[in-house]
Design a protein around this ligand. Structure first.
Ligand SMILES: Nc1ncnc2c1ncn2[C@@H]1O[C@H](COP(=O)(O)OP(=O)(O)OP(=O)(O)O)[C@@H](O)[C@H]1O
Ligand SMILES: [Mg+2]
Length: 352
């Protein structure tokens, strides 16, 4: 694969320099003289261009074929992963108005460390050792947050802390999770071909992963019926797994899980009980005006009635808008998950 990853710079033509600029996460082409980049400060117009709309179309087709996909009038949309991990989306007219549209999302080489995350303010002081303790203690973790809040990035950072002797199996929709770890097997969903055949769904991949002798099962994103398979896996002795889930606030987690469970035919009571037993901690991220922040570490608890169970999220640590960390009622449960050598609340710099 190494030689393949060298190909993108040659295929990328005028976009090459942009893709190689440090900090650039997105390169977008809307037309021959309309190229945009994002390097964390919103979209900026780039000063490169193409001679004609035909050249843009030609590049889109070349990139698609580098990703092993076809792009032509019969098949005018493509969503592919290039050999170096870059995500490609391309659309040809008339599905897109005017000129072919190319969207490239680069992947970060190597994950951010917890120190990086603390430096950029994502982790309040004292949270990094708690997160590292949860990974070392093999707690099963659910990372939640709104779109673009940094869930996948934090997941990769936490996986990078996993002992190098452990085998991590990551199941994803698109290869996005990039931990710095020597032993990662990635299973990526495959969509049906033009004849509607050959699809391999995420649920199936979760079940296959169980037979691959994983030490850690990781689901890049819970977004469909595979939630059932993940809950089953984590409830049958596979501790230390991790997953991300889209939820705007910690209080929304039970309803989101119930909605996904329903897609897999689970009733709400079963989802609540399974989820509470499967995930030992919830780590919630928010995208604030001051950047992406971990705002809460919580636990899931199912309060069981005779016929129903009700899943609740109970805060263990909450980071307020002022950046101060407060201990919540569920802190003892989180503390119990940390390895024995854990220095205790003192490391948080706060009084319990
Ligand atoms: N702590 C951070 N500091 C700076 N940039 C970050 C941080 N976390 C994530 N990013 C950037 O923000 C973008 C979105 O991050 P990420 O994909 O992790 O979010 P997500 O919550 O998984 O999004 P989605 O809902 O699309 O799955 C990426 O470009 C990533 O590099
Ligand atoms: Mg994500």
């Amino acid at each position: 694969m190494a030689h393949m990853s060298m190909l993108l710079p040659f295929v990328a033509g005028p976009l090459r320099g942009l893709l190689e600029t440090p900090g650039v996460t997105d390169v977008l082409v809307n037309g021959p003289d309309e190229v945009w980049i994002d390097r964390g400060m919103g979209l900026e117009r780039a000063s490169v261009g193409f001679c004609s709309a035909g050249d843009v179309r030609e590049l889109a087709v070349r990139l698609a074929s580098l990703g092993g996909r076809r792009l032509d009038d019969a098949c005018p949309l493509v969503d592919a992963r290039l050999p170096d991990g870059t995500r490609l989306h391309a659309a040809l007219p008339p599905v897109v108005d005017g000129c072919a549209a190319i969207s490239l999302r680069t992947v970060r080489r190597g994950a951010l460390t917890l120190d990086d995350l603390e430096l950029c303010g994502t982790l309040a002081p004292g949270l990094a050792p708690v997160l590292a303790g949860l990974v070392a203690g093999r707690a099963s973790l659910l990372i939640t947050g709104a779109t673009g809040s940094g869930k996948t990035t934090l997941l990769a950072s936490l996986l990078s802390l996993v002992d190098p002797s452990e085998r991590i199996v990551v199941i994803e929709e698109a290869g996005e999770v990039n931990p710095t770890h020597p032993h990662v097997v990635r299973l990526v969903e495959r969509r049906a071909n033009v004849d509607g055949a050959g699809a391999v769904e995420v649920s199936r991949l979760v079940r296959e992963a169980l037979r691959m002798r994983p030490d850690r099962i990781v689901l890049g994103e819970c977004r469909g019926p595979e939630v059932r398979d993940v809950l089953t896996a984590l409830n049958t002795g596979h501790r230390g797994g991790m997953a991300t889930l889209h939820a705007n606030a910690p209080a929304d987690v039970p309803a989101r899980l119930a909605a996904l469970g329903a897609l897999a035919g689970m009733d709400a009571r079963a989802t609540d009980l399974h989820a509470a037993a499967a995930f030992e901690a919830v780590i919630h991220l928010e995208k604030t005006s001051a950047g992406r922040r971990v705002t809460e570490i919580a636990i899931l608890r199912a309060d069981e009635g005779r016929r129903s169970a009700r899943l609740r999220v109970r805060a263990a640590l909450h980071v307020g808008a002022d950046g101060r960390t407060e201990v919540g009622p569920a802190w003892p449960e989180i503390e119990a998950l940390l390895p024995e050598a854990w220095e205790g609340t003192a490391a948080l710099g706060i009084a319990a």
